[in-house]
Every structure is written in structure tokens, then in C-alpha cells.
Design a protein around this ligand. Structure first.
Ligand SMILES: CC(=O)N[C@H]1[C@@H](OP(=O)(O)OP(=O)(O)OC[C@H]2O[C@@H](n3ccc(=O)[nH]c3=O)[C@H](O)[C@@H]2O)O[C@H](CO)[C@@H](O)[C@@H]1O[C@H](C)C(=O)N[C@@H](C)C(=O)N[C@H](CCC(=O)O)C(=O)O
Ligand SMILES: Nc1ncnc2c1ncn2[C@@H]1O[C@H](COP(=O)(O)OP(=O)(O)OP(=O)(O)O)[C@@H](O)[C@H]1O
Ligand SMILES: N[C@H](CCC[C@H](N)C(=O)O)C(=O)O
Ligand SMILES: [Mg+2]
Length: 494
């Protein structure tokens, strides 16, 4: 694509070395100098750790034929200087890849918890409905049966549009992505032509990034306020909103588009009742505008019913028959690292879960308490360089529902693991000594839980779920809660 065509949508821009620019052809886009190829346009992105502008020379040496930046660089390569890279990148990435989301049925899911789980449910339903699916989220990107690693729950604009372009090339019909509040705040999804915007729930998270809960909420609401503003008789856009969430009315007011509501407690278009929470999964009856049915999930907990209701609403809006939706939901075995059981023949239960907020931890522990007669032993920590204020809150939740809390590390990142755990331990200052123990090393913490577990106890290992790494400093080390639990059981049996 000619560079001049590519940057034509950018109103405010200064062109440096313009005498060279007329004939410049752009063959690829990247904001990483290490991925520059001959003919690339390199975007200089100011980051949290380093400034991309400092890598412009490297990029030119690696073959970049032009730069887009926020300030002029002493390099004689053509440069496009814009006020905000953050706002310019999604526009040119969307254009460079020929507006891929306009060729996809695109479903965006936002909310504090339930996004990853709901994407798995939606993917299964549309696959069974005969559609080729694409998914982008915390765990990975999937196109049909192909899996690709991702750096973020919602990738940065160039990667995101490149991924959507790949989906269109591979004839994906329905794409479902998690839309994080970071992504909405940082304009990662600007230009995406969403067809359905989904709200799961709103509780505390990411206050390391958002200055307040209100700012966090406002960020998430952008998915709804930007939906379908080009109102017209082309394909209708829809919302899917959790009618039971205390912030429901805020998100409903943010959208001009209509859609379905779902819930258990309040009136809703997609309404569940007669819920039975069992270790082998939740059962419920659901009433919808297109009929009623009974559903028996392989996933436990009321929170799993909410995720299933969101998936039902999305699918009904796309014309999927309720009978097919039922069969597909009942077939989903579970989601990696979400209430994932680890069973190597031990006489107690081990559950690995991704809960890393007070609300999600409470949801999981309530679910376990709902069907566990014996003790609950909870192993958890909190991530470093993340919301500090949630740490004592998670400690309080574990103290409230667990017979024994084992406080340990999660991904310390660049924080000192001891200070992170100190923040959590505030919750236990008045707790009975026998009800908690601090073990900074996560492997040792899991081993301790397994060693003290007795018949029919339940061990919950929370916070990392599917993660196959532990981030210490800026390094990722191989680490998997599930494997550590298996090793600990085998060690105990020896
Ligand atoms: C804090 C944060 O948002 N970091 C994101 C950011 O990294 P960064 O700012 O540290 O990047 P940097 O290392 O400073 O580099 C700045 C720029 O210089 C470039 N660079 C750097 C080095 C080099 O040699 N050459 C070069 O060109 C980089 O490509 C980059 O464009 O840009 C990277 C590339 O886009 C992201 O992958 C990375 O997300 C990290 C992994 C992260 O943890 N982000 C979290 C906060 C996040 O975004 N979370 C949300 C929600 C998660 C959830 O709740 O599930 C998400 O959507 O993932
Ligand atoms: N609907 C829900 N409401 C509350 N908690 C939930 C819900 N669904 C799942 N959870 C809990 O939250 C954890 C995270 O679930 P999931 O990964 O689906 O959420 P997410 O929104 O993708 O999270 P993240 O923003 O970290 O990617 C699960 O392991 C479970 O403990
Ligand atoms: N992917 C999310 C959640 C990580 C959960 C927990 N393992 C942690 O490190 O805080 C993030 O990067 O914020
Ligand atoms: Mg997720």
C-alpha cells in the first residue's frame, strides 16, 4: 500500500523528508523494531518500560522505509509525526488490513470476570452450528482448530488487526474476543466493527491502571457507547447485558443499541431458575423469547450459569436454535484453568482456578462450600505490578470461606514478593493461627496444602489457572499450578 494512501485518514500529521515519500510502498506494519522487515512502516510507541522512539534507528537498519512517531527524529527516513500514536495506530492498522472486522460477525465481551469462559462457550456453539470461528483472549488466539500465543487478553492495534485479517483470509465467519478495560482505554480496539457487545459483570480489578472504579467502569462502557453509532438499516448491532449486575443500568444507558438481557434474580430476556449447584456441574432451567429448556453444565457454580446465559443470548441473537445451544453447552468439558480439577487418584479434591479478584475468589469459594462437606484449603497470592488494594480484600474472602488459607506468591513481577504477601496478611491479623499459614514459595505452598489434606477435603489453588509461567522480575519461568499439584500428590504418596 502506498504510504500516502495509508496515512490519508490521519488529519493532523507532519510529514518529514516529504521529498522521498511519494513513492514509498508499505509492505508491513510493526511497533517492534525486532520484527521489522524490508518495507515496514515502524511505529514508535512510548511504552511503560522503554520508548519505541529509541528503536527507530534499529528499525531503519532492519529495513523500515518509513516511521510514524510523536516527535521528529534525527533520521533521514520519511517520518509521519502525529499528536497521538495510540489514536493513529488503530486507524492505519485497520486500513492497512482492509477493515477486516467488517467481514466478520464480531462479538466483543467485556466485564471483570467471565470473559474467557464465555468465549469458549460461544466458540463451541458456533462451531456446532457449522460456522468457522475465531477467538482472541487471555489464553490464546484460536482460528478454527489452530492455536496462536498472544501477549495480551486484547492485543495492541497492529497485532489485533493483523489477527483479524488472518481470520478473514482463513474464512472465519464468527469471531469472539475479550475486550479488556485496558484495551478500551488505550484504543486497542478502535476501528473494530463490533456486531454484539457483551457485559458480564463489574467488580473491582485493575486499579493499578485505572485511577478509580469509576474510571474503570467508564472505560468498559466505551464498548457499548461506541456500538452502532452509524445507525442504519444495515446489519443490526446488539447488546447482551447482565441484568443482575448492580451496574446494569449504567451499561444499558451507555448503549443506543438494543439486545437481550440475561439473569437469575431480576427480570431478563434470558432467565435461569431451578438452579442446582453440584460438584459435577450446575443444572438449570432457562426461559428465553425463543423457548425454554433445561441445561446441565459440566461447570459448577452460579457464575457458570451466568456465563452460559450470556452465551445463550449471543447465540439466539444470531439465529442459533435453542436445542443446538443446549447440546453444545452441555458438551463443554470446562475451560483451561477455570475450576479445573486435578485428579491423580488422591482421596481429596484439587481445583485449580484463575480467580485473582475478591469477587471471583468469592464466587469460586461459595461454589465449593455449596457442595463440600469437609475442609476447604485455599492456596492463593496476588500479582505484582497490579492492583494493590485488592490484596487484603482477597485475604478477607479466603479467611471467610476457607478452613485453612495458605498465602503465597503469584506473579510478583518487579515487586518484592514479601511486600505483596504482607499486603494480603493484613486480613489475617485477627485470625486464629490454625486458620492460615504464609509460605512465600508457591511450590512449597501447594506441597503443604497437599500434605495436610485429609480425605474429602477440597484444595483450591487460585490466581494462575491456565498460566504455564511465573513472572519474577521481568523474566517468565516455566510454572504450572496443575503440574505442581500432581507432583505434590505423587510425592505425598511415596
Ligand atoms: C503494561 C502494559 O500494558 N504493557 C504492554 C506494552 O508493553 P510495554 O509498554 O512494557 O512495552 P515496552 O517494552 O515499554 O516497549 C515500548 C515499545 O517499544 C518497542 N520496542 C521495545 C524493545 C525493542 O527492542 N524494540 C522495540 O521496538 C515495543 O514493541 C513497544 O512498542 O506493550 C506490549 C506490546 O503491545 C504489551 O504486550 C504489554 O502488555 C503487558 C504484557 C501487560 O501485562 N499488559 C497488561 C497490563 C494488560 O494490557 N492487561 C490487559 C488486561 C489483562 C486481563 O485482565 O486479562 C490486556 O488486555 O492484556
Ligand atoms: N461470571 C462470573 N462472575 C464472577 N466470577 C467468575 C465468572 N466467571 C468466572 N469467574 C471466576 O473468575 C475467574 C476468571 O474467569 P475468566 O477467566 O472467564 O474471566 P476473565 O474476564 O477472562 O478474566 P481476565 O479479565 O483476568 O481475563 C474464573 O477462574 C472464576 O474464578
Ligand atoms: N492476565 C491478567 C491477570 C493475571 C492474574 C494473576 N496471575 C496476576 O499475575 O496478577 C493480568 O495480567 O493482569
Ligand atoms: Mg480473560
Amino acid at each position: 500500500m502506498k504510504l500516502m494512501d495509508l496515512i490519508s485518514p490521519l488529519l493532523h500529521k507532519d510529514i518529514i523528508n516529504s521529498d522521498q515519500i511519494e513513492q514509498v510502498q508499505i509492505k508491513s506494519l510493526t511497533s517492534d523494531s525486532r520484527k521489522v522487515q524490508r518495507g515496514s512502516l515502524f511505529a514508535c510507541v512510548p511504552g511503560h518500560t522503554v520508548d519505541g522512539h529509541d528503536y527507530a534507528l534499529d528499525a531503519v537498519k532492519n529495513g523500515a522505509v518509513a516511521l510514524i512517531a510523536e516527535r521528529r527524529l534525527q533520521i533521514d527516513t520519511p517520518q509521519i509525526i502525529v499528536p497521538s500514536i495510540q489514536k493513529a495506530l488503530p486507524i492505519i492498522a485497520d486500513k492497512f488490513y482492509s477493515h477486516p472486522t467488517r467481514s466478520l460477525k464480531l462479538i466483543g465481551i467485556t466485564g471483570t470476570n467471565g470473559k474467557t469462559t464465555t468465549t469458549y462457550l460461544v466458540e463451541k456453539i458456533f462451531k456446532d452450528y457449522g460456522k468457522k470461528t475465531g477467538v482472541i483472549g487471555t489464553i490464546e488466539m484460536r482460528i478454527g482448530e489452530e492455536k496462536y500465543p498472544v501477549a495480551n487478553t486484547t492485543p495492541e492495534p497492529i497485532s489485533l488487526q493483523e489477527n483479524f485479517h488472518m481470520m478473514v483470509e482463513k474464512e472465519v465467519e464468527v469471531a469472539v474476543i475479550e475486550v479488556s478495560s485496558h484495551a478500551l482505554e488505550l484504543h486497542r480496539v478502535a476501528g473494530c466493527d463490533f456486531d454484539i457487545a457483551v457485559f458480564t459483570n463489574f467488580t473491582q480489578d485493575h486499579l493499578d491502571f485505572h485511577s478509580s472504579l469509576d474510571e474503570y467502569k467508564q472505560a468498559k462502557a466505551k464498548l457499548f457507547s461506541r456500538l452502532g453509532n452509524a445507525y442504519g438499516d444495515y446489519e443490526q448491532k446488539y447488546t447482551v447485558l447482565n441484568a443482575d449486575d448492580p451496574e446494569y443500568s449504567y451499561f444499558a444507558a451507555a448503549a443506543i443499541m438494543q439486545g437481550f438481557t440475561y439473569g437469575i434474580k431480576n427480570d431478563a430476556d434470558i432467565k435461569a431458575y431451578n438452579i442446582v449447584n453440584r460438584p459435577e456441574g450446575a443444572k438449570f432451567t432457562v426461559d428465553t423469547p425463543l423457548g425454554s429448556t433445561d441445561i446441565s453444565l459440566k461447570m459448577s457454580g452460579e457464575f457458570s450459569v451466568y456465563n452460559a446465559l450470556a452465551a445463550i443470548a449471543i447465540s439466539l441473537l444470531q439465529g442459533v436454535p435453542l436445542t443446538l445451544i443446549k447440546d453444545s453447552l452441555e458438551a463443554v468439558p470446562g475451560v483451561p484453568g477455570r475450576f479445573e480439577k486435578v485428579d491423580v487418584g488422591q482421596d481429596f479434591t484439587i481445583i485449580v482456578d484463575y480467580a485473582h479478584t475478591a469477587d471471583s475468589l468469592e464466587n469460586v469459594l461459595k461454589t465449593i462450600k455449596g457442595f463440600s462437606a469437609k475442609r476447604i484449603i485455599t492456596v492463593f497470592g496476588c500479582g505484582g505490578d497490579r492492583d494493590k488494594s485488592k490484596r487484603p480484600l482477597m485475604g478477607n474472602v479466603s479467611k471467610k470461606y476457607s478452613d485453612i488459607s495458605i498465602i503465597t506468591s503469584d506473579n510478583p513481577r518487579t515487586e518484592d514478593v514479601k511486600s505483596i504477601i504482607d499486603n494480603i496478611m493484613v486480613a489475617f491479623k485477627d485470625a486464629p493461627d490454625a486458620s492460615y499459614i504464609r509460605i512465600d514459595d508457591r511450590t512449597s505452598a501447594i506441597e503443604h496444602a497437599v500434605n495436610i489434606a485429609e480425605k474429602d477435603d477440597v484444595i483450591l489453588i487460585a490466581g494462575k489457572g491456565h498460566e504455564t509461567y511465573q513472572i519474577i522480575g521481568t523474566q517468565k519461568y516455566d510454572y504450572d499450578d496443575r503440574l505442581k499439584a500432581i507432583e505434590a500428590v505423587r510425592k505425598k504418596d511415596r
